[in-house]
Write a protein that binds this ligand. Sequence first.
Ligand code: ADP
Ligand code: MG
Length: 553
Amino acid sequence: DTASETKPFQAEVAELLNLMVHSVYSETDIFLRELISNASDALDKLRYESIAKPELMEKGGEPSIRIIPKKAPDTLTIVDNGIGMDRQELIDNLGTIAKSGTKSFISKLAESKDSAGLIGQFGVGFYAAFMVADKITVTSRRAGSDDVWTWTSAGGAGFEIGRASDEDAARVERGTEIVLHLKPDASKYLEDWQIERIVTEYSDNIQFPILLVPEEGEPRQINSASALWQRSKSELSEDDYKQAYKQIAGAFDEPAMTLHYRAEGRQSYAVLLFAPSTKPFDLFEPERKGKIKLYVRRVFITSEAEMLPPYLRFLRGVIDSEDLPLNLSREMLQKNPQLAQIRSAVTGKVIGELESLADKKPEDFAKIWDAFGPVLKEGLYEDFERREKLLSLARFTTTAGEKRSLKQYVEAMKENQTEIYYLVGDSLERLKSNPKLESAAARGIEVLLLTDPVDAFWTSAQLDFGGKPLKSLSQGDVNFDLIPKLDQDQDKDGSDDTKADEATVIAVIKDALGDRVSDVKASQRLTSSASCLVAGGMGPDRELEKMLARANK
Ligand code: ADP
Ligand code: MG
């Protein structure tokens, strides 16, 4: 069975490779970061699996990542002695993309100038190597296995897979060797200083030693290989944090918030979390999954532990526990009470940090709110316990201005005003011309103008803020009786004459509309428009109804 087989790439991969191979992307450097990050993941997996099976570590040496440049022919080789891949894993992992959102990613990439940012976010890391290589050979041995496989591809439609030659098999004792046959214009990646520059910039915090093996001279370690979150705050500069953020999150922006602390007591753990300053493209994927990495005593366990609630899924970073068992099973990830306690404590800390940021650095908080406000609002109906805090964090566009907090709203409330008014709709322009605002405007009452899709949901929960109920102007009765109009002369309703007229008009309208409406009422909502449709007091919000109708189309 030494003959090798040719297999086609999944259609999305072929499309992606086509973009990569013919790339005009300027940020080709990131291919190395992606391959190093895969090597580091593979070493993490080995460390984790060897807890139950120490024999996996027997052959293959101390964990490391080696980078080997060679000229004529120009090849750059990246070697790790991590978990490795068997035949099926090579086929699955390097021939398909299983992630959700692949299609939207590829179409964005095809039109994007910010390819590096997108590639980093999506983590199609391996394929990024085709930006610099016209042929790639991967030789891999799964830890503990006697079989070694070679995968080869020149991009295009497919790849070849077969048994490794005896010579290759002898060299790869454990893990994966990736040989990049560099394109002519990528030969700069053979320069030691270029390799060092990229590693320092993107991969300095990788926890395993990265060794540069020059054509001449001795191998040397070119990263600092520390678990940055374990170090004390006082040793770390803002630049250290920025760098760590970029590396941990695969991001290209700057963090808008950094939270680094160590919890001691009933449980000990280190936390290093970042809020990005820009929106990732997959923020609204239906899975709503977070990416926080869970470590136990510096061993990476999983990024699937959902350490924060879905409405904080935009945060990136690491939680490293001292007390949890290393062999956490999938089941335990959900049921473990220690984990639940860490989740809740860290969530509280994050909210606290957002509060103090809103207080002390409003511009930084505004960045977070602009990018992730609609996500944070999901917490308003999901996190009952922290609803009040989240409501105070929320910023709104209102008839009085932008980025208004409810605290500001309440301070600006009119005499005798006891409720917080809002309107939900799909655009600001349409809301602003909504006749339902007229009567509020005549009284100088501020109204929240809610245009995020999520607004229809959290407002349906009948919330109040500091004892003031939130009330939709498009639902049920709105009573402005006790709040005087700004211009008193206009205030003629309520006189006996108008009351009598009202009754006649209403009777005529009811007659004309019949069963199509449940009631017709004189209202104080309007001043210059003649009529508007509202939902009954107990019924669903009228704007919510419209939105749901659109969503169900
Ligand atoms: P991601 O790292 O986000 O999963 P990549 O395209 O970078 O996406 O890698 C795809 C998959 O290929 C990885 O998830 C991993 O299973 C496998 N893989 C890539 N490089 C290695 C490696 N050096 N050792 C073991 N597995 C690897
Ligand atoms: Mg990767």
